[in-house]
Design a binder for this molecule. Structure first.
Ligand code: ZN
Length: 180
């Protein structure tokens, strides 16, 4: 690591410790040329690959900025935005790949945003999925409605959606046919 003071190309690690619950490693370094000390922080890179092929480090504040635009005028506060960005980062890290295509970041935003605010979700989805017609909105709204009906989670296979028909109490209620 190059010394930030004298630009000597080499430095010596004098201490190394984990920080942020193991997410980063901080190293205390000393420059053999000028004797000054500095700290470096090492973190595994989570890269986002854009459609152009250019990759850049995943940036939570970019997620927040994009979602904030969709949330304009909606009852969503800064804490919720930060929380959502954290959820997105967690989801991407959990995927286990070091380089994610940018459209997957968009996908990872859609799910928690739908839970947070459906209007903001529709706005975001319309841009992200490039809605071109009213039909695109209709389809998305139909899906949102379907979620409301099923309580958000699709039924498990074999699960009964309707409660069983109530059993008639007291056996037969019809009068016996004449002649018996
Ligand atoms: Zn130096």
């Amino acid at each position: 690591m190059r010394c930030p003071f004298c630009h000597n190309p080499d430095s010596r690690v004098i201490d190394s410790r984990e920080a942020d619950e193991g997410a980063t490693t901080r190293r205390r370094r000393s420059c053999p040329a000028c004797g000054r000390r500095f700290t470096t922080v090492e973190e595994a890179v989570l890269a986002v690959v854009k459609r152009s092929g250019v990759s850049e480090p995943f940036n939570r504040s970019k997620v927040v900025a994009g979602v904030r635009r969709a949330c304009q005028g909606r009852p969503v506060d800064e804490d919720q935005l930060q929380q959502l960005a954290q959820q997105v980062e967690d989801a991407i890290r959990a995927s286990g790949v070091a380089e994610v295509p940018s459209h997957e970041v968009g996908l990872a935003i859609l799910r928690p945003l739908r839970e947070l605010d459906e209007v903001a979700y529709l706005r975001f989805a319309s841009v992200y999925r490039a809605f071109t017609s009213v039909e695109d909105f209709e389809k998305e709204i139909t899906e949102l409605r379907a979620r409301h009906h099923t309580g958000g989670t699709p039924p498990l296979p074999g699960m009964q959606l309707d409660p069983p028909a109530p059993r008639r109490r007291g056996g037969r209620t019809q009068p016996a046919p004449p002649g018996t």
